[in-house]
Ligand binder design. Structure first.
Ligand SMILES: [Zn+2]
Ligand SMILES: [Zn+2]
Length: 415
């Protein structure tokens, strides 16, 4: 196993440059050895970056304009003008405090694509004008075993794209893609291949990699019987990857509305879970079953559908009050079936996913919306009505910002 750090491009945290003591000690001894460059390029700045976005001010608030600071463009950092941002179901779970107590104002969004507006003096991976993508994380320790194995998503000191304390930048809260621009280390940005359909690239950075990674990990291939439970933003990507790799794919969902969509994406079979007849005869069938279901469901039913040595891969994370579970009896009577979860993918694998998706024209089906439709979009995602991903056109920020500021504020909300 390769345990050397994936990269030695360790950005010196701005907090150190500015003399601010970080809230937690740096995990990376290598970072402490890095000395600041005395001759930073003019593109490297020490001023924070003023940004504008749409935020939740509490779990019950509507989205409202919010102005905030991002960390400065360090010598290994890039500044991206955001073009599109996807709306992931996780954004809604965060915004509604379904998983934990959150800090507000919160600007969600971890499916981001944009154009690079500024690069730090030591940036080599990108130049101004390039297109770049940002997914769920913006930094990690770069020195633990998982970072060394290109699995930064499992680093204990990773920094998520929003709602995360950035301990490499003085504990500043990160804010996501429902905004005009973002600053991050070049190492955590993904190169967007030439000719990519930019409005459809954004959701690949979470929904794409979250499904691609376990599909690769389980080595799904020709003739494998694979099932995808939950046919939404993640599910429709999982179906497309598995079909492309030659699997025979069965889709489970709770509505009739998506049957034709599943079949048109190459699924062999669509099962409406609310129709008991369709559920018959499926026990001991699938080698891999990928669950993207974001609500409470009967997990044991799906374990029974696995064949011996099959995998139930859990990607959807329902609210804490709605957690599904499997009891010991199910595991013993259905012996040697594995149940495990997976989170996004590492940066190297995310680049591989994006290159693969664009080369094979595997994209999400998207509905483009302005910022002014954010609240409505959240409601429709919760009702399972979106086909299949809302993507915000970030060029609508100015107009939506002006309109929101002209409207009377709701009680308890700052203008
Ligand atoms: Zn997501
Ligand atoms: Zn690490």
């Amino acid at each position: 196993m390769n345990t050397t750090p994936a990269r030695n491009l360790i950005s010196l945290p701005r907090a150190m440059l500015l003399g601010i003591v970080s809230l937690a000690p740096l995990a990376s001894p290598a970072a402490a050895q890095t000395t600041p460059s005395a001759t930073a390029s003019p593109a490297t700045t020490t001023e924070t970056i003023r940004s504008r976005g749409f935020a939740k001010y509490s779990k019950d608030s509507a989205f409202r304009p919010y102005e905030f600071d991002r960390h400065a463009v360090g010598e290994h950092d890039i500044l991206i003008d955001i073009l599109y941002a996807g709306i992931c179901h996780s954004d809604i779970h965060h915004a509604l405090e379904d998983w934990r107590k959150e800090e507000y104002p919160m600007v969600p969004g971890h499916e981001i694509v944009g154009r690079i507006a500024q690069v730090g003096g030591k940036v080599t991976k990108f130049k101004v004008g390039d297109h770049a993508g940002v997914g769920c994380m913006v930094n990690s320790c770069r020195s633990c075993e998982n970072c060394g194995n290109h699995e930064e998503q499992y680093c204990d000191r990773r920094v998520m794209t929003y709602a995360s304390k950035d301990h490499y930048h003085g504990g500043l809260m990160t804010q996501g893609g429902y905004s005009d621009r973002i600053v991050l280390s070049q190492d955590f940005a993904i190169k967007v291949p030439e000719g990519a359909e930019l409005d459809k690239v954004a959701p690949l950075l979470c929904a794409g990699i979250t499904t691609y990674s376990p599909i690769r990990h389980t080595k799904i291939g020709k003739g494998d019987k694979v099932a995808v439970a939950g046919f939404g933003g993640l599910g429709h990507m999982a179906v497309q990857y598995a079909v492309k790799l030659g699997a025979e794919v069965t889709v489970f969902d709770i509505t009739e509305d998506k049957r034709q969509d599943a079949l048109s994406m190459g699924a062999a079979k669509y099962v409406n879970v609310n129709t008991s007849d369709e559920l018959k005869g499926l026990d001991n069938t699938f080698r891999v079953l990928i669950s993207t279901i974001p609500a409470k469901y009967d997990m044991a039913m799906y374990v029974k559908m696995l064949r011996l040595d099959g995998d139930l891969v859990v990607l959807g994370l329902p609210a804490m009050r709605d957690q599904p579970s499997v009891d010991a009896a199910t595991l013993v009577f259905q012996s040697r079936r594995r149940v495990w979860g997976s989170q996004i993918g590492g940066i190297k694998e995310t680049q591989e996913m994006l290159d693969y998706s664009v080369a094979n024209r595997i994209y999400p089906r998207v509905e483009i919306i302005p910022f002014s439709k954010l609240d409505e979009a959240y409601q429709r995602v919760l009702k399972g009505e979106v086909k299949f991903r809302y993507v915000i056109d970030n060029s609508t920020l100015d107009a939506s910002w002006r309109a929101a500021n002209a409207a009377p504020a709701q009680p308890g909300q700052p203008k």
